[in-house]
Design a protein around this ligand. Structure first.
Ligand SMILES: Cc1ncc(COP(=O)(O)O)c(C=O)c1O
Length: 386
């Protein structure tokens, strides 16, 4: 039987936003100007000179051992707990294969990360969306559902600088979530591709430090570049064994060349510190410019929280009578004006999210961000009462 996979609304939309005159805030891509091209070229040459037989050969399914050791060290874990995956998207898929049977409940924030939604749906999970606010998932709402008998196989969170909301799960909610995982026996899948992109404030304690019922996912996509396709899953040893079995069936292993290059770069503390600094400085300036531009051009017709990291800004746009606009209908008008965003509805699990939009500040230049906000305001004006 051919399983149907619903086309991603975002992918359809990205096609329209690729026209050259559109300044897009819709994409979820990191800024290509930050890609460490010269360092990758040098690392690749060094890898090929040092051990071409290893870098170009088949490798172990669980991953290149030095890279696994680097990840384990970062996460205070044992090497045996780490599997290198083809991006963290594959890690989400493998963890779902291991932990979720068709019909099992999977809890996630509503709105939620579209890639995870697709994976969970593909595997027949019963999705349970829980509302979120600027402190992340409403763990109190989850507690109520658990009290009423909900027994999820896993709870998926993007604990730092969530996609799409940009929210970071607060320290208090992390503790509460960890306690619920212990009490009810579910797994927390903490997908953390954005945590290193913090330019102000301090990170709350990681979920993995609060409960051993956490599986932590990471990625080089937002820290180096997505093209390497290197991510990882850190899980208890028994789950790691099952992840590795599924990975072997899926693709034998992640590219040995990519893993070796990633290890050279991540394992070089001087390079990594300088590069993270560049990313944080770049995204901080872009986020600041977008917040300023939106405030200038939309004034009190937009509600937003200034980000402290990540790549996304979640906002609510109001019409002149202070009612939320219809963001789905605003989008074609925004495209006419030469800008684009992703309407909140694209991330919905089951909630209606009136007036909400995800704006990415990662790819547009500072001047373009101001112009994009001006065009968005123009589209709002043309929409009248929305
Ligand atoms: C929350 C989240 N998880 C996972 C991914 C997938 O990243 P990759 O497979 O490139 O590591 C993304 C990509 O945008 C994301 O936003």
């Amino acid at each position: 039987m051919v399983k149907t996979i619903s086309t991603s609304a975002i992918r359809d939309l990205l096609e329209l936003t690729e026209q050259p005159h559109v300044i897009s805030l819709a994409g979820g891509l990191p800024n290509p100007a930050t890609f460490p091209v010269a360092a990758i070229a040098e690392a690749t040459a060094n890898v090929l000179a040092a051990d071409p037989g290893q870098a170009l050969q088949y490798g172990p399914t669980e991953g290149h051992r030095p890279l696994r050791a680097w990840v384990a060290d970062q996460l205070d874990a044992a090497v045996e707990q780490v599997t290198i995956t083809s991006g963290s998207q594959q890690a989400i898929d493998l963890v779902t294969r291991v932990l979720v049977d068709p019909g099992d409940a999977v809890v996630l924030a509503d709105p939620g990360y579209v890639g995870a939604l697709q994976t969970f749906r593909t595997h027949g999970a019963r999705l349970v969306g829980i509302g979120s606010d600027r402190h992340g998932l409403r763990v109190d709402d989850l507690a109520e559902l658990l009290h009423d008998g909900l027994r999820p196989a896993l709870v998926y969170v993007v604990s730092s600088f969530d996609n799409p909301t940009g929210a970071t799960l607060s320290a208090r909610r992390r503790i509460a979530l960890a306690e619920l995982a212990e009490a009810h026996g579910f797994w927390i899948v903490d997908d953390d591709p954005y945590g290193e992109l913090r330019w102000s404030g301090t990170s709350p304690t990681a979920l993995r430090r609060l409960t051993s019922r956490t599986i932590t996912l990471g990625s080089t996509s937002k820290v180096l570049c997505p093209g390497l396709r290197v991510g990882w899953a850190m899980a208890p040893a028994s789950i790691t064994k099952a992840i590795v079995a599924h990975k072997q069936a899926a693709d034998l292993h992640t590219s040995a060349l990519s893993q070796s290059v990633a290890h050279r770069l991540l394992g070089d503390p001087a390079f990594l510190a300088t590069h993270l600094d560049l990313l944080r400085t770049t995204y901080r300036a872009q986020a600041g410019a977008l917040v300023a531009a939106l405030t200038t051009h939309l004034g009190d017709r937009i509600e937003l929280t200034a980000p402290h990291g990540g790549m996304f800004l979640w906002a609510r746009i109001l019409d002149p009578s202070d009612n939320p606009v219809d963001a789905d209908r605003l989008l074609p008008r925004a495209l006419d004006s030469g800008t684009a965003f992703v309407p909140g509805s694209a991330f919905s699990v089951q909630a209606t999210l009136p007036g909400t939009v995800r704006l990415s500040f990662a790819t547009a230049g500072i001047d373009d961000l101001d112009e994009a906000a001006r065009r968005l305001a123009e589209a709002c004006e043309r929409g009248g009462a929305g």
